[in-house]
Design a protein around this ligand. Structure first.
Ligand code: AMP
Ligand code: MG
Length: 422
């Protein structure tokens, strides 16, 4: 009796068989294809928030510009500090913004306010609370002081000529303040990446349209819009495109004309209406991978004229997972010219998670900070790649790599908070 064997493994010799890549290998290949944006824009300082600095910022001055007092008190020469106590003659006052003009001699001191430049002849400040008024122009100080105390040296924060911010840095509020402290009213930043995207699927309707039997609202364009905005991209929404080769070819061509990166969602599997690969092959260069991950297994990647192209899967969770794992790193390198490093934390699993080895799984979880300051995480009950509410209820991915064969309650797992993906 012959036994029929059902072949479920694709042969390596099959030229049509896509390679199966690890998440890290796919990301690496994508990042190798990225050429960072060099175009520069000049902006008013405030408009530079969250933008990518295009040039090294060299300090044109010392900050602070003058050696000054860190306290309200009395400035004097350290040589006058006593072993027991001493009375000093107060010869004037130094204010921040109105310095004392004279020179302070031996046996003298100057009343000084925080931030006021240190008068000539002084190098030490004694706090007001540590002095005793003897007469109107005389104070007494005791022992226990140190030469040079309570004084901020010129250039202590930033020295003239040092590189304070490097090209490729994303500007944070502290940077704006620092740039202002150096007198910069304008800065050069890199142009934002332009990203055009469209959804594919005959079953999709845009919000505002009535739904017929079997139809659903296009949600991917909204999640993509949100993720792209957070990633600092200029977004170009090209709407929903039908699963028709001509309509798709037109969308591909139009997108590549206006964007640095083109994203489509849907149509990358092996269904009859899945045209993405064919069209990319025809109009650009295609690489298609099966990635050993869940969700988000099939990914089309390549070039469409001068643009990078990502054919993301259609399932709403798979779109978000592949965006965060592949598109976001590519946009990061495109915008900053710097390598991408995922931000992860360690957390204690509050539950058992079943998994078979072989592929990387991105489990949606909710993280909690314990009273001790450590993190724990709970996996959400619904993990289907179409269950978008898991991304909305969740706040992190639990990263289970290919070798992991399940998690027990109490095990330590690696998590990637969604807030780090913006
Ligand atoms: P596909 O890869 O085109 O077969 O799509 C996979 C699944 O994702 C199907 O159930 C689609 O209906 C669904 N899907 C595709 N695109 C979208 C979209 N833009 N919004 C919501 N669901 C989608
Ligand atoms: Mg489809």
């Amino acid at each position: 009796m012959t036994r029929q064997v059902l072949n479920t493994v694709t042969s390596c010799a099959d030229p049509e068989a896509p390679e199966t890549l690890t998440v890290a290998a796919a990301r690496e290949r994508i990042l190798q294809s990225v050429t960072p944006i060099e175009t520069v824009e000049r902006l008013a300082l405030r408009d530079g928030l969250s933008r990518i600095l295009a040039e090294n910022i060299v300090s044109p001055m010392d900050v602070p510009g003058h050696t000054n007092s860190a306290m309200d008190g009395f400035a004097m020469s350290g040589e006058d500090l006593p072993d027991d106590f001493v009375n000093l003659h107060v010869i004037g006052t130094a204010y921040a913004g109105a310095s004392f003009q004279g020179t302070c001699g031996s046996g003298e001191c100057v009343r000084i306010m925080t931030g006021a430049p240190m008068p000539d002849g002084t190098d030490t400040v004694v706090m007001q609370e540590q002095t005793m008024a003897i007469e109107e122009d005389q104070i007494r100080i005791g022992d226990g002081h140190r030469v040079g105390q309570n004084v901020r040296q010129a250039g202590e924060d930033i020295a003239l000529g040092t590189v304070v911010l490097e090209a490729g840095r994303q500007l944070i509020p502290a940077d704006l303040g620092m740039l202002a402290s150096l007198g910069f009213g304008e800065i050069s930043v890199r142009r934002r990446p332009k990203v055009a995207f469209f959804s594919t699927g005959d079953e999709l309707r845009s919000v505002g349209e009535p739904l017929e039997e079997g139809e659903l609202y296009d949600s991917n364009r909204y999640t993509l819009f949100g993720m792209l905005r957070r990633a600092g991209a200029e977004v170009i929404d090209l709407g929903v495109v039908k699963d028709h080769p001509e309509a798709l070819s037109q969308a591909f061509t139009e997108a590549a004309k206006v964007a640095d990166v083109v994203l489509s969602s849907g149509g990358v599997s092996v269904g009859e209406a899945d045209y993405t690969k064919l069209i990319l092959q025809k109009l650009g260069e295609m690489q298609f991978w099966k990635i050993a991950m869940k969700p988000g297994r099939p990914l089309t990647f390549g070039r469409l004229q001068d643009a990078l192209f990502f054919g993301l899967p259609g399932n709403p969770v798979a779109v978000m997972v592949t965006f965060y794992q592949f598109v976001q790193p590519a946009l990061h390198t495109l915008s900053t010219g710097k390598p991408y490093l995922p931000f992860t934390l360690q957390a204690r699993s509050e539950c058992k998670i079943r998994k078979r080895p072989g592929r990387f799984e991105f489990i949606r979880g909710r993280m909690n900070q314990t009273p001790e300051g450590t993190f724990s995480v709970l996996s959400l009950s619904q993990q289907g790649s179409g269950v978008l509410s898991s991304m909305s209820k969740g706040d992190c991915f639990i990263l289970l790599d290919a070798s992991c064969d399940g998690v027990d309650t109490g095990d330590t797992v690696t998590i990637q908070p969604f807030f780090s993906l913006v």
